[in-house]
Design a binder for this molecule. Structure first.
Ligand code: PXG
Length: 299
């Protein structure tokens, strides 16, 4: 794994995959990224990830020197170069090399584009069987008026500060509230609850990343006729929910059984969480863009 890394138009061995200390991604977190996953030789929701990358870049006025179609092929080509059939693909676009000032106009060499295919570090199976304990963090999610969480930017300090609280508390994840105290999302995952048979997740205007796994779960809920609403909810609703789970590319669907030492439901992963997990496993293995059958990358 990780035999070749795509760096600015070339596939290079990891030792040669180097970026300047003057790159504004390094100096200022000026850039955006995507985390994508492959299952059984298929890339899950590739188009959605590429589209989100381009939306992030557009907002940042970051020029990506490829079309969406070319980027899609480059991701697949990176998988092929690394013989990756399952694992994790990271696409990073940064402002590129500039000087020490923050002005993006000084990054004259253009956007740095990196694609890395790697093994995935996963939660242990027991986490899925028994469920995870989480806290709500005192660090609030970035206000959309300051830095919109819908931009998947290279600046993750807000989430990292929350993750430090998580680590200090010795739990698995942290749920962040927005500026108004409503539940927003976890440090790298979206949040769902089940209350009186209804599946609920915060709407995107609560200040969250519109997760691709989140959207897949919403689709599954519709197909499975599970009542669903995008609705704002408080910490109290979280504590008193019958079920709770997190969704993300890495985590998939991870049950939450304890929040700030309140036991959720009967303290075990709930039935709707388990049904959705099963359906999701099916979905990722049957949907997705085939790595091998796809077109070779454009030059
Ligand atoms: N919220 C945030 C803040 C995220 O970063 C998600 C939700 C879930 O989105 P997707 O599209 O993946 O369903 C994310 C994405 C990591 C890691 O190493 C986490 C993400 C991305 C890359 C790495 O924990 N989460």
């Amino acid at each position: 794994m990780n035999r070749f890394i795509f760096l600015n138009g070339r596939f290079v061995p990891p030792e040669e995959a180097k970026v300047s200390v003057f790159d504004h991604g390094f100096l200022y977190g000026d850039g955006c990224f995507e985390g994508i996953r492959a299952y059984d030789g298929r890339v899950f929701r590739l188009d959605e990830h590429v589209e989100r990358l381009f939306r992030s870049a557009k907002t940042l006025m970051l020029a990506i020197p490829y079309s969406c179609q070319e980027m899609r092929e480059l991701v697949l080509e990176t998988c092929r170069h690394n013989r990756l059939r399952q694992g994790y693909i990271r696409v990073v676009c940064s402002r590129g090399r500039g000087d020490l000032g923050i002005d993006p106009r000084n990054c004259r060499e253009g956007t740095t584009v990196v694609i890395i295919a790697d093994k995935l570090t996963m939660y242990p199976p027991s986490m899925y069987e028994e469920g995870m304990a989480v806290i709500t963090t005192s660090t609030r999610r970035n206000s959309p008026s300051a830095l919109d969480p819908n931009i998947k930017s290279l600046n993750y300090l807000n989430n990292i500060l929350a993750k430090i609280e998580v680590n200090r508390a010795g739990v698995g994840e942290g749920i962040m509230l927005n500026q108004d105290g409503y539940v927003a999302e976890a440090t790298g995952d979206n949040v769902f609850i089940v209350t009186r048979g209804q599946l609920i997740t915060p709407p995107t205007y609560m200040g969250i990343l519109e997760g691709i796994t989140r959207n897949a779960v919403i689709e599954l809920a519709h197909q499975m006729h599970i009542p669903f609403a995008e609705q704002a909810f408080t910490q109290t609703a979280l504590y008193t929910a019958d079920e709770c789970f997190l969704t993300g590319t890495g985590a998939e669907i991870v049950p939450v059984v304890r929040v700030d030492d309140r036991i959720i439901g009967d303290g075990k992963p709930g039935p709707i969480t388990r049904q959705l997990r099963e359906a999701f496993q099916q979905m990722v293995r049957t949907q997705g863009v085939e790595i091998e059958q796809a077109q070779p990358a454009l030059s």
